[in-house]
Structures are given as C-alpha cells and as structure tokens.
Design a protein around this ligand. Structure first.
Ligand SMILES: Cc1cc2nc3c(=O)[nH]c(=O)nc-3n(C[C@H](O)[C@H](O)[C@H](O)COP(=O)(O)OP(=O)(O)OC[C@H]3O[C@@H](n4cnc5c(N)ncnc54)[C@H](O)[C@@H]3O)c2cc1C
Length: 463
C-alpha cells in the first residue's frame, strides 16, 4: 500500500501536498487529463529530488515530472490508473550563474522562461526561445518537450540551446552532465536524449544553456498575400535578401484573424484583407544596421512583383507589439469561438501549400463547412492546423477522430511529422504507434526500457 508518510517526513509541509492542497497540479492545461496522485512533491534541490526518486523506487510508484504544466498533450499529469506522484520543479527556481564570457547560463529546472529572459536582458543577453506560454513554462519542461516557438527557424529548438544537463535517474542516481561545452563528443549525446523525452527517462534538475547577445534593434512587418504559395516564395526571397537578420516568419489566414477580432477587440494593422498574412521580423545585436531600410527595400520589391498585396512596417515598439499580439492571440480567438480540434504538425516548407490544400479538402469532405484555421511558423514548416465546427454548429458531430486521422496521415504523406513542437504526452500515443516507423518505435522502447526497466517514469506517455 503506497505510504505518503516518508514523503511528508522528507519534504515537510512546503514540499509535499496531498488531496485538496494538490489541486493546482493534477489537471493538465487544457483540462482534459489528470488522475489523483498520492501527492505532489516539491523538492527544493537535486538532493531532495534524488531522495524522492529513491522513495518512489522503494514503493514502486510512478513519477510524473511537472514544470509549468503548460504542455498541450497531457504529459505533465498522471494518466488514468497510474499509481504515483507528481514531482514539481516549481520550488527549484534559482538562476545559478550567468557567464558573459562563455555566453552561458546555468539554471535550476524550475526557472520560468520569462524570468530567465528578464535576468538575461539585464546583462544584454538573450535565450532565443519565444512562445506564448513563456510566463509559466519552466526550463525543465521546455527541455523535456524540446520546445520550438517562433524563433526556431533562426536559432533551432530547445535542444540547440542545451549544452549541459543534470538529471536524476529513475533509481535515484544523479547524472552530472552539467558541462558548458559546445563540442562534447564523448559517445552518445545523452543531453540530447533528454530533449523531447517528456519525463520518461529521468528528472532534469539543472541545465547549462547557450545565450546570445540580446537584439538591440528589430524591424517587424505584417504583409497581406494572395495565397500560401506566395507566402512561401516571399519567405524564400526574404531569406536571401535579409540573410542572418531574418529572425521570424509567421503566417496565419484571414479566418484566424477574423475569429480573433470577433472575440478580442484589436486593431487591424494592414488595410487589405488576406487570405494569408505573413509576419516578418529582422533582428540584430549590432546598433546602426539599418534593419528598417533593409526590410522596406525588400518589401518594395515583393509589392512590385505582386507576390505581396499590402504591408505595414511597425514604426514604434507599440506597433511591433500589436502585430505580435495578433499572432500570439490566434489560439485564444479560436478557443473563444467554441469547440476546436488542434493539430501540431510540420511538413517541409515548400510543401506547406500542398499540405494545407489537401488537408483542407479532406476535412471538408468529412465535414462540409468545417472551418480551417492553419497558422504557424512558415520558416520551419510547423503548422497548427486547427479546426472549428461549421458556422452555427457547436461540435464536430462525432467526426473529430476521422478529421484528425486525415490531417495527420496527410502530414506524414507530405514528408512531414504528426508532432512538430508540442510533443506526444498521452494524447498522441496511439497516433504515434500508428504512424511511427516500426524501427523507430523499437529504438524508443529499447532506450526507455534501458533507463527505466520498471516503467515507472511518466507511464503511458510518449511510447
Ligand atoms: C498558450 C500556449 C502557447 C504555447 N506555445 C508553444 C509554442 O509556440 N511552442 C512550443 O513548443 N510549445 C508551446 N506550448 C506548449 C508548452 O508551453 C511547451 O510544451 C512547454 O515546453 C512546456 O513547458 P512546461 O514547463 O509547462 O512543461 P510541463 O507541461 O509541466 O511538462 C511537459 C512535459 O515535460 C515533462 N517535464 C517537465 N519538467 C520536467 C523535468 N524537469 N524533467 C523531466 N521532464 C519534465 C513533463 O513530465 C511533461 O511530459 C504552448 C502552450 C500554451 C499553453
């Protein structure tokens, strides 16, 4: 019989919660998943994490690590039927060292991304990872899901920022891989293995991350385009014309903007309406680079050749923020519209128009009138292919499964993936079993079993 007493004794009242006191930790962000844990452990350092893991090993308990609990696939809460604890990193929030010579920062895994941005900003540094959940998401969760966001095109996903890691293994041993090295080829890249492992291999407790000089200037534009193919061409053109300054390329359709403006009163920055909008941003850490002129000259060429029908370059910081707000609030607009189905997929950038057209047609065949809101990261092919029911209807009439299967199958058929940046958690596990190549699944199972032979780390997630 699981016994909470040793956890209470080890962690004290600040570090162990049960019953109603654990309520804020037990359901996922979208309130779709969550089972009651024995309790929630809130260790304050690596030593306590290791001790908690040993207690769980002794009692045969499952362990679900939790960061900010902003994951969108139910990965950070217990699955139904699992008997175990949630191990929250919420009390391990120290920024241990910022090194302006190595361009690194060493943090505990519970540091919230926005807090890290603020601390780095004070030193003229940045971690080039930006996402809508950065006010709550924690470094350990961002590593464990290998988060992407809007600047992955220029700087890679979270894995590209991780130099070293410390993690506690399922049996309670501490792996000290906290090295601040770019070149570290001593065998398997274990630090990378933990990126995207979603808490199935151990608990990330500390990390050394790469930093970069913070941008001192940005130029941001919102463009109207005749279709997605034109947006892809414009993106390729802007890469050539603006080189290493291009830091973000985000797209969204008129439907997404219209849904947002229906529910959230925001101004339209460009007068000419879609069908497609492209957010373009250039950034530099070098003063006086003339980014606005560079962007305006490139846009003038695009307007002249007709691949862009309208555009506005932000003249002030407030205008820049207003443009980004439209992009970042798109999910909120769709959420307020009512029922929705989200799909986080990616295809090669050049095949985005084909994918969106084919998936849109397939969805309309299954449910005529279904509203398709594909938006996302044009620079890396990651599209959030989200659906709302036909206007005036409250739900998908039992067709959600068929709609999702069609979307995921087409993403794979277009050379892409059924999971781009949000990870698998519990919601995509059956899908992964269906669409993942057999050899890939076998390797993942073998890795998981090797590190966690008892299968206690975040069971029913990922594989
Ligand atoms: C509004 C909104 C916008 C978002 N935008 C983006 C986006 O643009 N790009 C993107 O990639 N994601 C996005 N997400 C998804 C989510 O924010 C990311 O997946 C994020 O990385 C999760 O971090 P977290 O700390 O909340 O992790 P959690 O949700 O707490 O956990 C996620 C997974 O990581 C595991 N985990 C957590 N901490 C640890 C640890 N210390 N050691 C081992 N495993 C751990 C958990 O067990 C779980 O499997 C968004 C979410 C929201 C709500």
């Amino acid at each position: 019989m699981p016994d909470p007493a040793p956890f209470r004794a080890l962690l004290g009242p600040a570090g162990w919660r049960e019953g109603a006191d654990a309520a804020g930790f037990t359901r996922d962000w979208l309130d779709r998943y969550g089972a009651a844990p024995l309790g929630v452990a809130l260790p304050r350092d690596t030593g306590q994490v290791a001790a908690v893991m040993r207690l769980c090993a002794e009692q045969g308990l499952a362990v679900t690590p939790q960061g900010g609990n902003t994951g969108l696939n139910g990965g950070a809460v217990l699955s139904a039927g699992a008997q175990g604890i949630i191990l929250s990193l919420a009390r391990m929030t120290r920024i241990l060292a910022i090194d302006p010579v190595e361009y690194t920062v060493t943090v505990e895994a519970g540091v919230v991304l926005a807090a890290l941005h603020e601390a780095l900003g004070e030193q003229g540094l940045t971690l080039p990872l930006h996402l809508g959940s950065e006010g709550s998401a924690r470094i350990g969760g961002l590593i464990a899901t290998n988060a992407g966001g809007s600047h992955a095109m220029a700087h890679g996903m979270m894995e590209a920022q991780v130099l070293g890691l410390e993690a506690v293994l399922p049996d309670g041993r501490v792996w000290d891989g906290l090295r601040a090295l770019i070149k570290d080829n001593a065998g398997y890249q274990l630090r990378r293995l933990f990126c995207g492992a979603e808490g199935t291999l151990g608990v990330i407790t500390r990390a050394v991350l790469r930093t970069r000089p913070a941008p001192v200037a940005q130029a941001t534009a919102l463009l109207t385009l005749p279709d997605l193919a034109a947006a892809v061409q414009a993106g390729a053109f802007l890469r050539r014309r603006t080189g290493e300054f291009l830091s973000a390329l985000e797209f969204f359709p008129e439907l997404g903007l219209a849904l947002l403006l229906r529910h959230v009163p925001l101004p339209r920055p460009v007068e000419t309406r879609g069908p497609v909008y492209l957010l373009v941003e250039l950034a530099t850490s070098i003063p006086g680079m003339g980014l606005e002129e560079l962007l305006e000259a490139a846009l003038a060429d695009l307007l002249e050749e007709g691949s862009v029908t309208d555009g506005v370059v932000a003249a002030t910081g407030a205008q820049r923020a207003a443009i980004w707000q439209l992009r970042e609030e798109l999910p909120e607009g769709q959420r307020r519209e009512g029922a929705q189905i989200k799909h986080d997929v990616a295809v090669p950038v050049g095949r985005l128009p084909e994918f969106v057209a084919r998936a849109g047609a397939a969805a309309a065949d299954i449910l005529p009138g279904v509203r398709v809101n594909p938006f996302g990261h044009l620079g890396d092919g990651n599209v959030h292919f989200n659906l709302s029911p036909p206007e005036g209807r409250a739900d998908f009439g039992g067709l959600a499964g068929a709609l999702s299967d069609a979307v995921y199958d087409l993403a794979v058929d277009c050379g892409g993936t059924f999971s781009a940046e949000h990870g698998l958690g519990q919601s995509k596990i059956a899908l992964a079993d269906r669409l993942r190549p057999g050899a890939e699944r076998d390797m993942m199972r073998a890795i998981r079993h090797a590190l966690d032979p008892e299968g206690r780390m975040n069971p029913d997630k990922l594989v």
